[in-house]
Write a protein that binds this ligand. Sequence first.
Ligand SMILES: [NH3+]CCCOc1cc(-c2cn[nH]c2)ccc1C(=O)Nc1ccccc1
Length: 336
Amino acid sequence: MSSQYPELKGFYHLRETIGSGGFAKVKLAYHALTGEKVAIKIMDKRALGDDLPRVKTEIAAMKELCHQHICKLYQVLETETRFYMVLEYCPEGELFDYIVSKDRLDEAEARIFFRQIVSAVAYIHIKGYAHRDLKPENLLLDEDQNLKLIDFGLCAKPKGGMENHLFTCCGSPAYAAPELISGKQYLGAEADLWSMGVLLYALLCGYLPFDDEKIPSLYRKIQSGKYEVPDWLTPESSILIAQMLQVDPKRRISIQQLINHPWLRKGFNIPCEFESKYKMTLDEDCLTELAVHYGQKRREMETKVSEWNYDYLTASYFLLLEKKMKGRPVRLLQKP
Ligand SMILES: [NH3+]CCCOc1cc(-c2cn[nH]c2)ccc1C(=O)Nc1ccccc1
């Protein structure tokens, strides 16, 4: 297998393909130094065609985004024919399949997931990014049933900040905001809020609020803002969905209001925490283990890791930190 991907030899042990979407193949792999599982997203530059800018957009965004509900980028490798993105492994698959397997979720379970989605989206908005393709297929479940947001290929970092308008019509039609599909200029944050309303509806109902196999009629339904309210939805859930699925983006609830919304606080009594749980200071144990492994002084290793080159050293540091956060020994497997 590694003969097909010579750049990975000795660094990652490749296993089966765990997902593929369009121009990318995603394979399970083991990081040789820590033995930790990772997902490697492999993209062929020729096959990418004019989707190439999406990869550069995604890599640039994921290097800046470090959050407990965003799939972590560990390493980027580029050859003349390929891009590789080494990512956090999410063994439980897509939220989409989880909803389908349960038909629909009860309010308590939907609330746990939705709080994590709000946490991730609030974080990226504060960092100046709009995702623009929020949907259950882009939310993966890790081994503890926590959600991790993926696919930043369509995200936008408006020049001059999130108050500036965007124009590109993109994302998946069924989740797209009315203003986005009408070709008008729009605010990324407001369009993400609409998609989150469609997402919450899908969690609680098990199907989409606006659906039609013909795009023009789907667009008409979205722009009408009219959707069915099934009788199993509580009044509180219906009110929140209605506040998010407001056709007029200026009447739509904001992420700041959502963080504190009573529906999200029910049973928690604390607002959604959106700060990243990752510390900016480097972890002593991980630095020491790396320094010993590479025969360097700790200070030198600290300087090297702080460059955040998203090379094998960055991946090794993050994966050692993962091991520590999961209570596993902060040890590297191979001695040189
Ligand atoms: N809908 C998800 C299909 C699998 O895709 C991924 C899985 C993981 C993953 C799996 N386990 N852990 C992480 C990480 C990233 C992706 C991904 O970015 N896929 C993709 C997005 C846009 C275009 C093409 C492919």
